[in-house]
Design a protein around this ligand. Structure first.
Ligand code: PA5
Length: 471
């Protein structure tokens, strides 16, 4: 599909971060532009790093053509043969697929009759809660299911556990044909899954070496799941390319990702340790989850690039407009000055719902009649933005002309660049996740994985829990 770039460009409005609106609670132009050199350095570092080491994700908008054709052919085949498509993965191997599915498909996709769905029913298993696995098995027919096991490391306990369970069931049900119902998406060279995939003969897609989990939506991790449910993956990639084009300048007046990174870094330096992500669209609900991982794992670090100890990061919080106006906005408005709120608005929702007449005798209800839900959600977004701004709380708004593949590609890529710029300004390694690895390694040790004796001993020597603190 062709997309009109000009009409579909996403826009940012950061008035409500600034002194001109917030007075002494806002950022002055002097403070903002005093960051120009840091921003320029961050921009140059990201430019210089593109395509290298763990920045392979910057190539994805440009180098996926051949893989996209394979993905589209595979997806076509899956749509013809299967009733269910299940992703087994966690973290960066799950959150992107979930976010894109929610953003670009019908909000009750799985409940639609088959003829109204563009593909099989879609599930992502990103936990090892036994009740959830049992529940999945209650609603799918494994004989009619394609499973996509996604793990870059090929050793993540959660994903490999799910794989073991499913593979065992498939083998019992289908014998040698079990292999036809598993697709492995993993690293080409490292980890166990690639070895298993070769031994079993699975169809395989590769996660490029320089693409970390949370930056992997635009490679087969995200693209296969998206294509299976009918999402225009070429549109997603085109949107990302367009955002890359828009960000191709160190100007703090023009580069949207650099502007947002700079604002957040200033805010963090001023003690705003919480970043709320509040989209006003159910379709973007899980973009907030995806963003939370991106921002948290990338920027939460205890060491700078030169080894200097630090404790950096900003805690991301997911929130949904208007739902969370009725649970969290009291805190955002009246609570401490410790947050930046990111609103995401959508100018044109994909449908319009009119609010009918029917309450003429009750003026306090009747004022709603004759409007649309579209007008209501826009009014509530603006009203919440107003209330939060009036309370002196920093916030900015990202506006999508409409939610579709092209604008989603722009949005996700802008957040990835924003994260990379912010990490460069914070002088940390944006692309590692030693804190996650620590937990993974402790799990391996607890469950007896070979090679983890030292970690097991470390755990045994950790401070013991005292009964006086148990109640
Ligand atoms: O962003 C990351 O690298 C992590 O969150 C991983 O995606 C997550 O831990 C899953 O790892 P893997 O894909 O190796 O199973």
């Amino acid at each position: 599909m062709r997309y009109n770039k000009k009409a579909l460009r996403i826009k940012i409005d950061y008035n409500n971060m600034m002194e001109s609106v917030l007075g002494d609670k806002g950022i002055s132009d002097t403070t903002f532009y005093s960051m120009a050199q840091d921003a320029q350095a961050a921009f140059e570092a990201v430019e210089a790093g593109k395509g290298k080491n763990m920045m392979g994700w910057t190539d994805l908008p440009y180098n996926q053509d051949a893989i996209v054709e394979d993905i589209l052919a595979t997806a076509h085949d899956i749509r013809k043969k299967y009733e269910y498509f299940v992703v087994l993965g966690i973290g960066g191997s799950a959150l992107g697929p979930i976010a894109a599915f929610q953003a670009c498909n019908h909000l009750h996709y799985n409940d639609l009759p088959k003829r109204k769905r563009k593909g099989p029913k879609f599930y992502v298993e990103d936990n090892v809660d036994p009740e959830r696995m049992a529940a999945l098995l209650d609603v799918i027919d494994i004989n009619k299911t394609m499973f996509n096991v996604i793990t870059k490391s090929g050793s993540t306990s959660e994903t490999m556990t799910q794989y073991l369970i499913i593979n065992n069931m498939l083998k019992q049900a289908l014998g040698d044909k079990a292999k036809d119902q598993i697709i492995a998406t993993t690293s080409v060279a490292t980890g166990n899954l690639i070895k298993i995939a070769k031994a079993e003969g699975y169809k395989t897609f590769y996660i490029p070496d320089g693409v970390g989990g949370r930056f992997s939506e635009l490679c087969p991790v995200g693209l296969l799941a998206a294509a299976v449910t009918g999402i225009d993956i070429k549109g997603l990639l085109a949107g990302a390319r367009y955002m890359d084009e828009l960000c191709n300048t160190p100007s703090l007046k023009k580069n949207p990702a650099l502007i947002l990174a700079t604002l957040q870094v200033i805010a963090m330096n001023e003690g705003k340790n919480i970043g709320v992500m509040m989209p006003y669209a159910d379709g973007l609900k899980y973009i907030a989850d995806w963003y939370c991982q991106l921002w948290a794992e990338s920027l939460g670090k205890n060491v700078e690039l030169d080894g200097t100890p630090c404790n950096k990061g900003q805690t991301p919080v997911k929130s949904l407009g208007v739902t969370d106006q009725h649970s969290q906005v009291q805190l955002y408005t009246a609570g401490p000055f410790d947050k930046v709120i990111t609103f995401i608005g959508v100018e044109n929702y994909r449908t319009e719902v009119k609010i009918p007449n029917g309450c003429e005798e009750f003026p306090n209800v009747n004022f709603l009649c004759g409007h649309t839900m579209n007008e209501l959600i826009q009014a509530e977004r603006k009203a919440t933005e107003y209330a939060i701004t009036k309370a002196g709380k920093q916030n900015y708004t990202i506006m999508l002309p409409v939610l579709n593949e092209f604008t989603l590609g722009q949005l996700m890529y802008m957040f990835m660049l924003q994260t990379a710029y912010a990490g460069a300004m914070m002088n940390i390694d944006t692309f590692n996740q030693p804190g996650v690895e620590e937990g993974k390694n402790a799990t391996y040790a607890l469950l007896g994985r070979p090679g983890y004796d030292e970690k097991r001993a470390e755990l045994a020597n950790a401070p013991q829990k005292q009964t006086k603190y148990l109640c």
